[in-house]
Each structure stands twice: as structure tokens, then as C-alpha cells.
Design a protein around this ligand. Structure first.
Ligand SMILES: Nc1ncnc2c1ncn2[C@@H]1O[C@H](COP(=O)(O)OP(=O)(O)OP(=O)(O)O)[C@@H](O)[C@H]1O
Ligand SMILES: [Mg+2]
Length: 248
């Protein structure tokens, strides 16, 4: 079964001259680490927001683990999916423990069990010394790590991350990527976006390159590279399909 199935998805934001998504279609299989790649403004965040039910598409079909994302399965999909937004979605005045307790409560976890889970995750992400520190005192990399915990706390079978490694140092990136590999090896599906194509090449089983609201090409990074004699890596492949023109 596909973890994510997107068919002919269209979306025009209110007041926009042009559609952001123009018949986007792709599919990612269950248990894969998949990458949604594309230049600035390609529509990656919009696509992810529709997948997770935060924004409505105008037309087309989105299925998550076989369930249609149309309202009827909202609760079931909420349990299955964890979303790590591009912007940090934590309360700056609350500590990591307070933030994560809040998010855990939203999913029905509480008490000692939740606290143990949170402390385990904080340790895993190297934040055990900052459990009670307010988020506004965290560095950028620490905030990114805490943001991922908030989305993964309820053990979603599909974890969706929008640029989880943007702007973080080498150490934070390494912890984040190791977590994603481990989480995937437990049988969970992962969809992530990034502008770091070397990272995507080594992490992803499958990538979709999208541009201007449409899918340009999909495949395994190694196969995509092998198919183009002039391309040595995923960045070459990306430039081959999306060109050198700058985007607004
Ligand atoms: N809430 C909104 N209202 C109006 N237009 C929007 C809104 N959100 C995004 N857009 C427009 O939709 C297009 C795609 O934006 P989106 O954020 O989905 O792209 P992206 O691929 O995630 O880009 P980036 O790599 O910069 O994060 C852009 O032209 C953007 O200006
Ligand atoms: Mg984006």
C-alpha cells in the first residue's frame, strides 16, 4: 500500500493570480524515506499542508495509508501522521517539558508514562540538560530538535518533515538524520523536504522533484543519476530537470 497517494491535486490561494498546485500527482510507498524536492515556491509546503489536513486542496485526491484526506477520516489520519512544520511550532515561554507535555496531552497521553516518553526523547536528541529551559533560550538547532520530538511523540506511522535540517549545525543534523533512519527502520514512513540535495541523495529511497506545482520526475536517487550520463549526483539531476532560472 502507498503511504501517500496524491492524484491531480490543484490549489489556488485566495487572491493569488496563479495556481500553486497544478495537477500534482505522485505516490510514496509505505515504509520508505521519501523526499519532496523543488526550488523555492515550487509548492512543497503547500503540498505537505494539504497532506496533513492543515490546508484544503481545491480538487484532486489525497490518500494517507489508503484513507482519503477529506474530513471523514480526520481523527484517524491525525493519529497516523506527525508533522514537523517549516517554522518552529513551540511555545517560546514554556520549557521543553511543558511544551511536550502539552502536545502529548493533545494525543491523549498523560501522567508518568508520558513524562518517561518525553524524557527518553529529549535524551535521544541530546536535550536532557535543557528539559526545564524555556524554548526561547534554545539555540536554532535545539529548537529544531525539540520541534521534531513534538511531532513524533505519538509514534505516527507517517512522519512528515518540512526542511527539518535547514540552518542547523553539523552535530544537530547528524542526530536528526540518525533519528529519521532509526524511526524508518522501525517500519514507519517518512516524507521530508530539503534544499540539501547531498543529504536527500543519501537519505531517501525515493524522491519527487516538483516545480511550479507539478511533478517533474520521481525515482530512486541512484537510478535517476544513472539515467542521465552527464549527471554525477542528485543536484545535477535536479538542475537538469528544473533549470538554472532563479525563482521569486
Ligand atoms: N498562504 C498563502 N497565501 C498565498 N500564497 C501562498 C501562501 N502560501 C504559499 N503561497 C504561494 O504558493 C507558492 C508555493 O509556496 P510554498 O510555500 O508551498 O513553496 P515551497 O516549495 O515550500 O517553497 P520553499 O522552498 O521556499 O519553502 C509560492 O508562490 C507562495 O508565494
Ligand atoms: Mg516550503
Amino acid at each position: 500500500m502507498a503511504a501517500i497517494d496524491v492524484k491531480e491535486l490543484y490549489k489556488t490561494y485566495k487572491g493569488a493570480d496563479e495556481p500553486t498546485l497544478k495537477g500534482l500527482s505522485f505516490s510514496f510507498r509505505e515504509g520508505s524515506i521519501s523526499g519532496l524536492l523543488g526550488p523555492n515556491g515550487a509548492g512543497k509546503t503547500t503540498t505537505i499542508s494539504i497532506l496533513c489536513g492543515l490546508v484544503r486542496g481545491d480538487s484532486g485526491d489525497v490518500l494517507i495509508n489508503g484513507l482519503r484526506q477529506d474530513g471523514a477520516h480526520r481523527e484517524a489520519i491525525k493519529r497516523m501522521v506527525g508533522i514537523v512544520p517549516q517554522r518552529i511550532a513551540l511555545y517560546p515561554q514554556l520549557s521543553a517539558l511543558e511544551n511536550l507535555t502539552y502536545f502529548g496531552n493533545l494525543y491523549g497521553f498523560k501522567g508518568k508514562e508520558l513524562k518517561t516518553k518525553i524524557l527518553d526523547m529529549l535524551e535521544r536528541f541530546g536535550l536532557e540538560k535543557s528539559v526545564n529551559k524555556e524554548i526561547y533560550k534554545y539555540s536554532g538547532g535545539m529548537k529544531r530538535r525539540a520541534n521534531i520530538i513534538a511531532a513524533a511523540l505519538h509514534q505516527p506511522t507517517l512522519l512528515v518533515l518540512d526542511e527539518p535540517t535547514a540552518g542547523v549545525d553539523v552535530q544537530s543534523r547528524s542526530v536528526i538524520l540518525q533519528f529519521l533512519r532509526d524511526y524508518n527502520s522501525q517500519g514507519n514512513s517518512i516524507l521530508y523536504t530539503s534544499h540539501l540535495l547531498e543529504e536527500a541523495q543519501s537519505l531517501c529511497d525515493d524522491v519527487v522533484i516538483m516545480d511550479e506545482g507539478r511533478m517533474v520526475i520521481q525515482g530512486n536517487p541512484t537510478d535517476l543519476i544513472a539515467a542521465l550520463p552527464d549527471c554525477r549526483n542528485l543536484e545535477d539531476v535536479f538542475l537538469h530537470y528544473t533549470g538554472y532560472a532563479l525563482r521569486d
